[in-house]
Write a protein that binds this ligand. Structure first.
Ligand code: URA
Length: 212
């Protein structure tokens, strides 16, 4: 079957009632940026400001993300930014497993439509969902790994910017990881190899989930 376009996915998300968050949101936050981007970011879920404005990463964590992008010589319109959940969990609580399961098709559709070279997963929720592995961000940040089921898309997990706002060690790690990401993007417009800095050796194909 043909993959849905981003506009079709947007219309589906705006009408979505697959979980109760559709009832409590002010706006769905579909995501946005350059639909032809080589680099896509996937965060966790909209917060207060994102829910009000309908745009991803417009609060404090978003300002830090903008600064990190600037460090790489990029702006928002050069990349695509999305989240695991498209609606704000009340009180900014963690996404629940059933919400993630019901929402994941939209993110998978966005990835299939954009076909970025790298997906920079911000924090634990997007990293675990897209890698299909339980390994936490402290263990896997800063090293690219293949996206299960894809030949040419790599995941690049980093700390969530919100986790770096008040924790200097996380901020230092995040800056280092963005510097490595910039090297990979400029150094290897071809697919990265295991020799490329920050690229982990391929995982066992039997661990791949065949999501895409
Ligand atoms: N945190 C996220 O994970 N996503 C947003 O859009 C904003 C804050």
């Amino acid at each position: 079957m043909k993959n849905p376009t981003l506009s079709e996915l947007l219309a589906q998300v705006e009408a979505c009632r697959l979980c109760p968050l559709g009832e409590t949101r002010t706006n769905a936050v579909f995501g946005g940026g350059n639909p032809d981007a080589d680099l896509m970011f996937v965060g966790e879920a909209p917060g207060y400001h994102e829910d009000r404005q309908g745009e991803p990463f417009v609060g404090r964590a978003g300002r830090l993300l903008d600064e990190l992008l600037e460090r790489m010589g990029l702006r928002r319109n050069d990349v695509y930014i999305a989240n695991v959940l498209k609606c704000r969990p009340p009180g900014n609580r963690d996404p629940q497993a059933d919400e993630i399961e019901r929402c994941r098709g939209y993110l998978e559709g966005q990835i299939a439509a954009i076909q970025p070279q790298f997906i920079c997963t911000l924090g634990n929720f997007s990293t675990k969902l897209l890698s299909g592995k339980p390994d936490g961000i402290s263990r896997v940040h800063g090293a690219a790994q293949p996206l299960p089921g894809s030949d040419n898309i790599h995941l690049y997990p980093v700390f969530h910017p919100a986790a770096a706002l008040y924790t200097p060690a996380n901020l230092a790690a995040l800056k280092d990881d963005f510097d490595r990401l910039a090297q990979m993007l400029t150094g290897a417009s071809a697919a990265p190899s295991a020799d490329t800095p920050g690229v982990a050796p391929d995982t066992d194909p039997s661990e791949q989930l065949g999501l895409f």
